[in-house]
Write a protein that binds this ligand. Sequence first.
Ligand code: 9D3
Length: 253
Amino acid sequence: MWAGARQVIRFDVVSLFPETFAAVADSGISSRSLARGLWQLGLWNPRDFTQDTYRTVDDRPYGGGPGMVLLAEPLARALDAAAAAQSAARGTVGKVIYLSPQGRRLDHATVVELAGREAVTLLCGRYEGVDERLLLQRVDEELSIGDFVLSGGEIAAMALIDAVVRQLPGALGDAESAAEESFVNGLLDCPQYTRPEVVGGERVPEALLSGHHENIRRWRLKQALGRTWLRRPELLAARRLSGMSEEERALLE
Ligand code: 9D3
């Protein structure tokens, strides 16, 4: 295989807390694949793009009310710097995605689509949000990671990066990739067991000790279907529409 054909993605992140991205840059699968050149990370702090003595990045909302709003100008200059870096590193400038509770919910299909891009800029908000004019002028897409309140966009951006990087060819080891395949099929994972055979009086299910690979596969599929039916019935409804195998229908029954 020609290594030059590798699918590399560059993320440029605009954030007031760039140091928090150590969570994806310095540990785990994302860190290993960053060191191997499968993806690139640029961090841009709007505070470094201020022009006043106090390095002001926020101000009070017009119309009054609690909290502060991020200023458009330092963000615009940080976005310009990110775009220039993408142009130099990738020969192209990616779309700007604003992480916000008002965005469309991130899902697996979007993660896979993002993994195919050359460059993406992630804009992280803080406090009450970002001046709307900056959003209108500079943001292409808006994404949320769920219906709950975070303190800012950073953790959402890191969740997105982690999920996308896992999809890059070569990011996961062989064992991890094989495990992934068994459940990115719209079902929840089956239960997992390891030694010893008895824990707190509870035995490992007999099917897993048989060594009969076909029985083990059927037991796992049945468990996955049963759990999905009990915990996330809406996933099964979607699966019924997109087509279920005769075996799955029988096991679910
Ligand atoms: C508590 C303040 N809220 C009512 C006025 C508005 C609000 C502003 C900023 C709520 C959250 C945030 C910060 N959140 C994000 O930047 C964010 C987020 C989230 O909170 N939940 C799910 N996905 C995301 S993506 C970015």
